[in-house]
Design a protein around this ligand. Structure first.
Ligand SMILES: *Cc1c(COP(=O)(O)O)cnc(C)c1O
Length: 311
């Protein structure tokens, strides 16, 4: 396995630790002591900044090519800007103008190519080959896992006695890193991954211990992936305690609860961990756990959904 706790300890991320708070109203509503780890307050509004900063620290100056529709794109753009390194992000032709603008605002070049992320990836591969820039996979890149692992190092250093950490999963970098850190610092702490039932590729890959593709229909962007990624799956397969699925509507309910009980704006992926607690209350009753609020970049459509009464 190409990744260990030592890599997390060696990660260079130059960011202050994010807060982790517990909210009595939230605890009463879910029947457990829940610590919310606030990655939504990062400069780009999501934990992915950690992986990107560590990657750029290890290869500054060398141009980067990557592909993404969301927070990975912003994270790579931000970190490349910090390290004065050229960065090109390939996004699907139909990517949202808000996201394109956010990536360009950090000085990255956006190339619109492909009808979906798979086609954007193929274009990024060609671009990297022709420019000699480094192709960065959002899932299969050890430097990203190492940087992201610092999040779990912060959680378990602050609260070594947690009985579980619930982690939202897309490609699996976060859950894989969490599993490695917990194995080292808190072997009895369960790491529980959560994905949307409408995009179960990572979940089904984990259950079958193979890399599978699945329909990718969730409206929750950070959890939307159509395939399993090899490096995180290898690690999760060996070390992660459990993996659950939640419906998209439960995620909206959790977003509303974070807004009302924790004065927190979470994007769908940022509320997925709490959604798992709401979906399986008996499993978490009376326990002391952490949920990772992985990001706060809610789209205008998500904001409208949070504010509306209907799902
Ligand atoms: C990317 C992302 C996830 C999923 O993380 P992976 O490491 O890809 O599994 C969860 N939440 C947010 C906000 C994200 O941006």
């Amino acid at each position: 396995m190409d990744f260990s706790y030592a890599d997390v300890r060696a990660a260079k991320i130059s960011l202050p630790p994010t807060p982790m708070w517990s909210y009595p109203v939230l605890n009463a509503a879910v029947g457990a002591t829940v610590h919310v780890k606030h990655e939504n307050v990062q400069p780009i509004g999501a934990f992915k900044i950690r992986g990107a900063l560590n990657l750029l620290a290890t290869s500054p100056g060398r141009g980067i090519v990557t592909y993404s529709t969301g927070n990975h794109a912003q994270a790579m753009a931000y970190a490349s800007h910090q390290y004065d390194t050229p960065c090109t992000v390939v996004m699907p032709q139909a990517a949202s103008p808000t996201k394109i603008a956010a990536v360009r605002a950090w000085g990255a070049t956006v190339v619109l190519a492909g009808a979906n992320l798979g086609e954007s990836e193929a274009h990024a591969v060609e671009l990297a080959a022709s420019t000699g820039h480094r192709l960065v996979s959002p899932g299969d890149t050890p430097e990203l896992l190492a940087g992201v692992g610092t999040l779990y190092d912060e959680i378990l250093t602050a609260r070594p006695n947690l009985s579980a950490i619930v982690v939202p999963v897309g490609s699996g970098t976060g859950a894989a890193a969490a599993s490695v850190v917990a194995a080292e610092l808190a072997p009895t702490c369960e790491i529980i991954g959560v994905q949307s039932a409408s995009s179960p590729a990572a979940h089904d890959s984990w259950r079958s211990a193979s890399l599978v593709t699945r329909p990718n229909q969730t409206r929750v962007e950070g959890l939307a992936t159509g395939r399993g990624y090899e490096l995180p799956q290898q690690i999760m397969c060996k070390l992660m305690s459990d993996f659950v699925l939640v419906p998209d509507d439960r995620i909206v309910e959790a977003q509303r609860m974070l807004a009302s009980a924790a004065h927190t704006l979470a994007e769908g992926a940022g509320a997925a961990a709490l959604a798992a607690v709401l979906e399986f209350p008996e499993r978490f009753a009376g326990r002391e756990i952490a949920v990772v609020c992985s990001g706060g970049n809610a789209s205008p459509a998500e904001l409208a959904l949070i504010a509306s009464q209907a799902n």
